[in-house]
Design a protein around this ligand. Sequence first.
Ligand SMILES: [Zn+2]
Ligand SMILES: [Zn+2]
Length: 219
Amino acid sequence: MISTQRYYCKKAILITLILLSAINVFTKTNYAANTDMMKIFCIIPIGHIDDKTLQHTQKELEKRFNVIVECGRQLEEPTYAYHKHKKQYNSTTILKKIYKLKLTGYDRILGIVDVDLYVPERTFVFGGADVKKKVSVISLTRLKQKFYNLSDDSALFNYRTIIEAVHELGHTYGLYHCKNNKCVMFLSNTINDTDHKGADLCSKCKEIMEKKKDTLKPE
Ligand SMILES: [Zn+2]
Ligand SMILES: [Zn+2]
């Protein structure tokens, strides 16, 4: 009799263990399903952009914004935005082109281009953003040491790319330029400004960003 009870007891423990592992699998499946609810950013290469740069940007943005970042189809070189006399490309025209793609399912879009950008009010820009449309663009041209006749530094280039990407995406969250020159939202007038400010938000901007995230409505 005792041995039968023990048998049932062992059987009960076994069933419990099976049930617990089933619950565990279910929870994990549920967790995976939850990632569907995470915000998704899309990176759009405009013209040829090195795969390493795209992958590095993708990984870093996923980490920094806690989102999923996907890489979209490469777009043609932005000849439509070229200014003959300036020999530069209008960043606002490129932003409009990206927006016209009407990519759905993405919370924010970041175009990456390797041409020198300008806006009519400034001689050049490292990037641009449309706050309402949540579309942004960065240029890699002035992030390369060779632009300044210096020898290549891939680590520095990668870091500058992240700084500019975070800055422009920060604008799409409604963040303005920050007076703190160690904050990523500080306006870079030179590459030295970019190197000096780094890729992190100051505590004030971080606070604003968190509030904006909370009030973001699903699109
Ligand atoms: Zn800015
Ligand atoms: Zn700031």
